[in-house]
Design a protein around this ligand. Sequence first.
Ligand code: DX5
Ligand code: ZN
Length: 226
Amino acid sequence: MVRISPSILSADPLDLRSDIDRALRSGIDMFHIDVMDGHFVPNITFGLPLVGALSKHLDAQLDVHLMITDPEGYAPLFVKAGADIVTVHVEATEHLDRVLSSIRECGAKCGVTLNPNTPIDALRGVLDRVDLVLIMSVDPGFGGQSFIRGSLERVRELVRMRDDLGVDVPIEIDGGMTPLTVPDVVEAGVDIVVAGSAVFSANGRDIEKNIEALRQGIRQGLDRRN
Ligand code: DX5
Ligand code: ZN
């Protein structure tokens, strides 16, 4: 099964509850929350209070993507606020092992991610100690950017590395996912597709229709994979 993790970055901030409810009614069971600090990336978004409120009111997995410098201090706080998965960037910390362990110790799943120009090999040392690997298929910071095609080969490289090491960690992809780009990434081997604008702002914000179109893309990719 390949899951969709809608990124609420592209939801209507004044109508967030209703956008999320529409996605839930379409069978969505996880949401991607982009936390940006205006330093690691040139944008500022959500923080602990929103994760806390979502965790209190939603029966869905909260997939928190930290785009913040030095996440050591904040990562455990996001777990305490209710995040189910906390993902950190390899470029953002000198202490990757320590921050990943602290996420698990606080009771959440830990994820690791890397920017499109960071070699996949940077993951080798931690692959057996993470619960998720996120491949960025755009430079992080904004929704609505175009998919970087070279990400396909990066997914394949990661699948090979995962097989070599004999680990079974799910691969998530984030950036530029649309019904047209999804089949190729699913064929390449991803397990979770993050989609922001393709869910919440495409086609006049027809969230139900957008989710169905992405699911159709997933089915096409799976057909080609088998
Ligand atoms: C970008 C974020 C993404 C963003 C994706 O830095 O990490 O999660 O919401 O947006 P789309 O799906 O519109 O490319
Ligand atoms: Zn993200």
